[in-house]
Design a protein around this ligand. Structure first.
Ligand SMILES: [Zn+2]
Length: 289
């Protein structure tokens, strides 16, 4: 529908398939030569990040098609120079479990046998193989905590790096093009992770972008992540290591003391009003690099 509404700005493709065979939707927004990669919902219960990326695409496309500004940004001009490559939902099967319940899962016996770390299926983070997709990438994977040693609702890093099809698809997508920078969206904390000790000295300008992104959103900057056991194997850490370019992990939404998803009806105040310009901001940053 989005593509039909804005065919001059939007192209759809698939990065690959999930464990249960769902397409990993890729939305390319814009026609510019410079490209940035944005992704959401590596963690199932954080699917409000998918809602955010979808709404972002729609809002920017609408403003661009009308030639209207959006805040201080000019979407039509920016999208003519930068393409936002967006994967709204990396963990489609996990999000299906969180939203549609256990009965909607294909391999119910396997899922039932997995370790439940959180409060229930609404709090599921892993993919449907019980592997935490943001502990899977081949960047200090060996050093990453392995506190959970078998398939589980969260925190199991897998038997090796990059065993999961969703991770393989994201790696292939990232390598398929020349992305100037990347951002991966998670929830709870309203903070920005912008560097880790593995690559902080090899990537110029990331802190400067992070500082201004903090001013734009009101989010706090985290210190440089020091321990590979903590930061290892995340998408953003792998992207930095692989390409020596900025990659941000952005935790949307305030901490609310639960491990369950936020109330979707609060999307505008929890998410949108704070971060609606972030994609255009990152596009502008890409033009400076
Ligand atoms: Zn997360």
């Amino acid at each position: 529908m989005l593509r039909d509404a804005y065919p001059e700005f939007i192209e759809l493709s698939s990065a690959g398939k999930s464990v249960e065979g769902r397409d990993l939707l890729v939305i390319s927004l814009g026609t510019g030569d410079r490209r940035i990669l944005l992704c959401g919902a590596h963690h199932a219960r954080e699917y409000i990040t998918s809602s955010f990326l979808m709404k972002m695409v729609e809002a920017y496309a609408e403003k661009a098609s009308k030639g209207q500004p959006f805040g201080d940004f000019r979407p039509a001009e920016l999208l003519g120079r930068v393409t936002l490559v967006v994967v709204p939902m990396v963990n489609t099967d996990g999000v299906n479990l969180v939203n549609n319940g256990f009965k909607a899962v294909s391999s119910q016996e396997e899922v039932e046998a997995m370790t439940m770390v959180g409060s229930g299926y609404r709090a599921w983070k892993a993919n449907i193989n019980g592997v935490d997709l943001n502990r899977q990438y081949p960047a200090y994977w060996e050093e990453k905590y392995d506190d959970v040693k078998r398939p589980a609702s969260q925190n199991y890093k897998g038997s090796a790096s990059a065993t999961e099809p969703e991770v393989q698809a994201m790696m292939a997508l990232a390598r398929s093009d020349d992305f100037v920078l990347s951002a991966s969206f998670h929830t709870k904390g309203e903070v920005i992770f912008w560097a880790d000790s593995g690559t902080v000295n090899a990537i110029n300008g990331a802190k400067d972008i992070a500082v201004r992104m903090g001013e734009l959103t009101g989010y706090e900057l985290m210190p440089v992540s020091e321990k590979p056991s903590a930061f290892g194997a995340g998408f953003e850490n792998w992207f930095r290591q692989e390409f020596l370019r900025p990659a941000f992990c952005i935790e949307l939404t305030p901490e609310d003391g639960t491990d369950e998803p936020h109330d979707d009806t609060e999307f505008d105040s929890l998410v949108w009003e704070k971060v609606k310009y972030i994609g255009l901001f990152l596009a502008e940053e890409a033009l400076k690099r």
